[in-house]
Design a protein around this ligand. Structure first.
Ligand code: SAM
Ligand code: ZN
Length: 408
């Protein structure tokens, strides 16, 4: 049955559905760019239907994490809540016992109130207007138990990370989306250095670089508060980075997780990247011996936890209500393949261009590497990418042999 959405400050609202939630949102047709595409940032309250996939993965994550950690009715904080869609979905779909939803904008809070009402989750979703950081610090001073803080800002989550860590007492998860992909991928090196405190640069693995910089930044901030940090899931989709980092208090754990940091070293001449643990003595390119370019520190560990992803795949296969069930499963299955392979991916097109041959199919390269006894998979970061534990000379050899230029 169609729903009657009230007006919001004279702004007509329309119905939208996402997961199990029924929502009232600004009419996308009123905020079209000249090319006819909806621009959610122009609407009086931000609601982006394209982020439904991000929220699908988030509810699946929380269900799986709570099951594995034996947490009943987890407590979630969403301090940048916008229309309230994410908070409502955590309550409806992820079994959250309590969700604190906060936004600084009074209009967003009024819309979130409507959506909480419509979905009958007012007993579980607590709404407040205010500054995210102030609210997170209040939770800390009240010693509230928080299991998950989900940061979904405009741009960078960096300004909210300290306060999120403060609110997470005991074992919990910090989930963060970053849409400031121009700095993270190295297009704006000054902003990258400023925001994430790294030696900036632009490798040919832009998306993997972006994910590893954000994860590394969270690990370093967590360590300064004596939290060990483990990356449970980290990926790139559409135009954003998303990471889920589990935090466990303890100075020794913090020291240990700092060991997962390194510098991303890359040789523009050979089109390969690797990790260098000592920036002042990074070692030469394993192929040509020349001094590499460096970015970092970055997180140099696995992009996901295999047990968690297995459980997420199980949850997602049963969650037929998700807005993007097939895409969620596709991403999780691909990440599952990538979990155990920590080396930065190889770009088959770059290697082929250095060899001055046509690019062979990355899928064939993976098959051949496996036949030779190496671990190898495609990567969700790039259709032209291959992730493998094979050394560069083997990759070069395989790309050369499989190139259509050398066929017959
Ligand atoms: C990208 S939108 C959130 C979208 C929402 N999380 C979702 O899944 O649809 C970012 C929101 O953060 C709010 N915001 C910006 N700065 C804030 C601050 N310092 N404290 C609280 N909210 C803030 C904005 O009003 C906006 O609604
Ligand atoms: Zn080289």
């Amino acid at each position: 049955m169609a729903m009657d959405c009230p007006a919001l400050d004279g702004e007509p609202l329309v119905e939208a559905r996402e997961g199990l939630a029924r929502l009232c949102v600004p009419d996308p047709k009123r905020y079209l760019r000249p090319d006819g595409v909806y621009e959610p940032a122009w609407a009086p309250v931000f609601y982006n239907p394209r982020m439904a996939f991000n929220r699908d993965v988030a509810v699946v994550f929380l269900r799986a994490w709570a099951k594995l950690r034996g947490v009943d009715e987890p407590v979630v904080v969403e301090p940048l809540a916008g229309s309230g869609v994410r908070a409502v979905r955590y309550a409806l779909e992820a079994g959250a016992g309590r969700v604190y939803a906060v936004d600084i904008d009074p209009v967003a809070v009024r819309l979130a109130e409507i959506n909480i009402e419509v979905n009958k989750v007012a007993d579980r979703v607590y709404l407040a207007q205010g500054d995210a950081n102030a609210f997170l610090h209040t939770l800390r001073s009240k010693k509230a138990r928080v299991h998950l803080v989900d940061l979904d800002p405009f741009g960078s989550p960096a300004p909210f990370i300290e306060a999120s860590l403060a609110a997470l007492r005991g074992r919990g998860v910090l989930a963060a989306t970053a849409t400031d992909t121009a700095p993270l991928t190295g297009t704006h090196p000054a902003a990258l250095r400023r925001r994430y405190d790294v030696v900036p640069g632009r490798s040919f693995l832009e998306k993997e670089q972006a994910v590893r910089i954000l994860a590394g930044y969270i690990i370093r901030r967590a360590a300064s508060r004596e939290y060990g940090a483990k990356v449970l899931l980290a990926y790139y989709a559409d135009y954003y980075v998303r990471v889920y980092v589990e935090l466990v208090p303890g100075a020794r754990r913090a020291d240990k997780s700092l060991e997962s940091l390194a510098y991303l070293a890359f040789c523009p001449k050979c089109g390969i990247a690797w990790y260098a643990s000592k920036p002042w003595r990074p070692g030469g390119c394993p192929r040509c011996g020349s001094q590499p370019q460096l970015i970092g520190p970055v997180y140099a560990g696995p992009l996901c936890d295999e047990k968690l992803v297995d459980e997420m795949i199980r949850v997602a296969s049963e969650a037929s209500w998700l807005s993007n069930q097939a895409r969620t499963l596709e991403l999780l299955r691909q990440l599952r393949e990538e979990c155990g392979l920590v080396n930065p991916h190889y770009r088959v097109d770059k290697v082929a261009s250095v060899l001055k041959v046509n690019m062979p199919s990355p899928r064939l390269v993976v098959e051949e590497l496996r036949r030779l006894g190496y671990r190898a998979t495609l990567t969700h970061f790039d259709k032209r990418g291959v992730r493998s534990d094979a050394p560069p000379d083997v990759i070069y050899n395989v790309v050369w042999r499989l190139s259509p230029s050398n066929a017959g």
